[in-house]
Design a protein around this ligand. Structure first.
Ligand code: PEP
Ligand code: MG
Length: 568
C-alpha cells in the first residue's frame, strides 16, 4: 500500500494503465536539402494539428467548452506562424535536421515565456512544451499514448498528468494515481470536476506497478493498493457503495433550503480563497460565500495586487454567485501569513502583533486600493465587506470611515458603487465577542472566526502541535463567547455568521443552530452534509440543547451530550 494525497474523493478498483511518455532523444544532424527537411517539418506539424483535433473531438463528449480550451490553446500554438517560422528559418540558415530545429526553437520559446512576470504567459510555456513534444514525436515516429482510446475499466498510473492528458480521460477511466502533485495541482482540479477519484503525490509508483496489475484506490484516505487481497477488494467495494449512496443522497439537497423540521431557516455558505473556489461553492449548493480570504491574492503574487487586478477577481466571484451574498474579508496578512515583497517588523509574537486590520489602518494606501476595488466590483452582485481582527470599536469606525472615503471618491469620479454594501467584521478576538452588543450598533453583521477566537481565548497557538489539545470548540467558555456574540448582534437587529472551521463540524452545527447562528460558512465539500444535519433537527429542541451545553463544565461533556442527543 502506498500513501498519497486524496485529491478527488472516491473509491475505485481496476486494472492499471501505466502512462509512460516516449523518451525523445534529439541528435543534431547536418542536412543538404533544406526544402525536403522543411517539408518533413510541415508534415509533422500537420499531423500534430490533426492529432490535437482528434483528441479534442473525443474529449468533447465529456468536457465543457471551458475545459476544452486547453486544446484550443494548443491548436493556436501549433498554428502560430512565429513558432514554426523560426523552425523553418533555422533549418534553412543552419542546415540542421527538423527535430533539432524544433527542439531548439521550443526550448528558447519556453525559456522566454517562463521568465515572464505574468501567469498567462507562464501557462503558454506549458502549451508550447505540449505541442512541440507532439511535433518531435511525430518527426521521430514515436507513438504518444492515446488515453482517449482506453476502452475498459482502468486506473491510470503516471508520474504526472498534463492538462491535455487529463482532458482525454474518458468514462472508462475509474481513477488515477500520480507520483507528484498536490491538492491544488492541475490534475487534482480536473479530477474533481470530472468526479474521478484521484490520489496524487504518492512518490515512486510507476516502478512498483506493471500494466494490468489490479489497483485499489481509496481516494478518501489517500491510499493506493497494488494487487490487493480479496479482503481488501471487498472492503473497498463496500466503502465505494456507501460513498456513492451518501453522494446520491446529498446531491438531492443541492437546491434545497437549509431549514429545520419546525421551519427555522438558516444560510449555508462556502469559504473561498480564489475565484475558482466560488464555482465549487455554487456546485455544492452554497447559498453564498461567507468568507473570501483575499490574502491569497496577495500571497500568490510578487507585488501588491493593483486595484484593477483585484477588481477583476472580485467581479468574477460576484458574477459566479449570481446575486447571492459574497462576504469578502479585507487583507488578513501577518502572523504566519507573510508576503515575499513586504518586510514585516520582527516581533516576539507575530500572531499578537502587527497584522490584518492593524496593518491596514497603518498602511492606508494598501487598504484603500483594496476598498476601491471592492466598491467598484460591488455593482456586479451582493457584496458584504468585513474587517479581520477587530479588537476595538474605534478600529471598526476607522476602517468603516476609510471605506466611506473610497466610496465617496469613486462616486465623485463618476464611478458606480452599489448603495447596498453591508460592512461588517470578524469576531475572532475575545474582546470583540464580549462587547458584541456595542459593536453591533456600528457593524452590519458579524462573522465569528473560531480558529482565532479559540486560539486567543485558550491562549494556545493554533500552529503548535504540543498545545493542539486546547483547540476546544466545544468548551463551554467558547460556546458562551459565541452566544454573547449572537445575542449582542440580534439585540441590534444584525445577523451573525461563522466562518471558522467549527461551522462545518457536524456536532457543532446543532449547538450553533440552537444558539441562533444565522449563517454557517465552511468549505464547499462540507455544505451538503451540514444541510442534511440542519434539515433533520428541530430548532426548538436545539435551543434547549444549546442552553444545556452553555451550563456544562468541559468540552468532553458537551460533545458526549450532543452525540447522544442527536443520535436519538
Ligand atoms: C478564523 O480565524 O476562524 C478565520 C476564519 O480566519 P483564518 O482561519 O483565515 O484566520
Ligand atoms: Mg482568523
Amino acid at each position: 500500500m502506498l500513501k498519497g494525497i486524496a485529491a478527488s474523493a472516491g473509491i475505485a478498483c481496476a486494472k492499471a494503465y501505466k502512462l509512460e511518455q516516449p523518451v525523445v532523444v534529439i541528435e543534431k544532424k547536418s542536412i543538404e536539402d533544406a526544402d525536403a527537411e522543411i517539408a518533413k517539418l510541415d508534415a509533422a506539424l500537420a499531423k500534430t494539428v490533426a492529432d490535437i483535433e482528434g483528441v479534442k473531438s473525443r474529449a468533447a463528449k465529456r468536457l465543457s467548452d471551458e475545459e476544452l480550451a486547453v486544446f484550443d490553446a494548443h491548436l493556436m500554438m501549433a498554428n502560430d506562424p512565429e513558432l514554426v517560422g523560426q523552425m523553418r528559418t533555422m533549418i534553412r540558415n543552419d542546415l540542421v535536421n527538423a527535430e533539432y530545429a524544433a527542439d531548439e526553437v521550443s526550448k528558447m520559446m519556453v525559456a522566454m515565456f517562463e521568465s515572464m512576470d505574468n501567469d498567462y504567459f507562464r501557462e503558454r510555456a506549458a502549451d508550447i512544451k505540449d505541442v512541440t513534444f507532439r511535433m518531435k514525436c511525430n518527426l521521430l515516429g514515436l507513438e504518444i499514448p492515446d488515453l482517449s482510446s482506453i476502452s475498459e475499466p482502468t486506473i491510470i498510473v503516471a508520474h504526472d498528468l498534463t492538462p491535455s492528458d487529463t482532458a482525454q480521460l474518458n468514462e472508462y477511466v475509474r481513477g488515477f494515481v500520480t507520483e507528484i502533485g498536490g491538492k491544488t495541482s492541475h490534475s487534482a482540479i480536473m479530477a474533481n470536476s470530472l468526479e474521478i477519484p484521484a490520489v496524487v503525490g504518492t512518490g515512486a509508483v510507476l516502478s512498483e506497478t506493471k500494466n494490468g496489475d489490479l489497483i485499489g484506490l481509496d481516494a478518501i484516505e489517500g491510499e493506493v493498493f497494488i494487487n490487493p487481497d480479496e479482503e481488501t477488494v471487498a472492503l473497498l467495494a463496500k466503502k465505494e457503495k456507501d460513498y456513492l449512496e451518501e453522494k446520491r443522497e446529498l446531491k438531492i439537497l443541492v437546491n434545497a433550503k437549509s431549514i429545520t423540521t419546525d421551519g427555522h431557516e438558516v444560510e449555508l455558505a462556502g469559504n473561498i480563497g480564489n475565484a475558482k473556489d466560488a464555482e465549487q461553492v455554487v456546485a455544492n449548493g452554497g447559498e453564498g460565500v461567507g468568507l473570501f480570504r483575499t490574502e491569497f491574492l496577495y500571497m500568490d503574487n510578487d507585488h501588491f495586487p493593483t486595484e484593477e487586478e483585484q477588481f477583476n477577481v472580485y467581479k468574477q466571484v460576484l458574477e459566479t454567485l449570481n446575486g447571492k451574498k459574497v462576504v469578502v474579508r479585507t487583507l488578513d496578512i501577518g502572523g504566519d501569513k507573510k508576503l515575499s515583497y513586504f518586510t514585516f517588523p520582527e516581533e516576539m509574537n507575530p500572531f499578537l502583533g502587527y497584522r490584518a486590520i492593524r496593518l491596514c489602518l497603518d498602511k492606508t494606501d494598501i487598504f484603500k486600493t483594496q476598498l476601491r476595488a471592492l466598491c467598484r466590483a460591488s455593482v456586479y452582485g451582493k457584496l458584504c465587506i468585513m474587517f479581520p481582527m477587530i479588537a476595538t470599536v474605534n478600529e471598526f469606525r476607522q476602517a468603516k470611515a476609510l471605506f466611506e472615503e473610497c466610496k465617496a471618491e469613486l462616486l465623485a469620479e463618476g464611478v458606480a458603487v452599489s448603495d447596498d454594501i453591508q460592512v461588517g467584521m470578524m469576531v475572532e478576538i475575545p474582546a470583540a465577542a464580549v462587547l458584541a452588543d456595542e459593536f453591533s450598533k456600528y457593524a452590519d453583521f458579524f462573522s465569528i472566526g473560531t480558529n482565532d477566537l479559540i486560539q486567543y481565548s485558550m491562549a494556545a497557538d493554533r500552529m503548535s502541535q504540543k498545545v493542539a489539545y486546547l483547540y476546544q470548540p466545544y468548551n463551554p467558555a467558547i460556546l458562551r463567547l459565541i452566544n454573547m456574540t449572537i445575542k449582542g448582534a440580534h439585540k441590534n437587529g444584525k445577523w451573525v455568521g461563522m466562518c471558522g472551521a467549527m461551522a462545518g463540524e457536524p456536532y457543532a452545527v446543532p449547538i450553533l443552530l440552537g444558539l441562533g447562528l444565522d449563517e454557517f460558512s465552511m468549505s464547499a465539500t462540507q455544505i451538503l452534509k451540514a444541510r442534511k444535519v440542519v434539515n433533520s433537527l428541530s430548532y426548538e429542541e436545539m435551543q434547549k440543547l444549546a442552553d444545556n451545553c452553555l451550563n456544562m463544565d468541559t468540552a468532553e461533556e458537551v460533545l458526549d451530550y450532543v452525540k447522544k442527543e442527536t443520535a436519538k
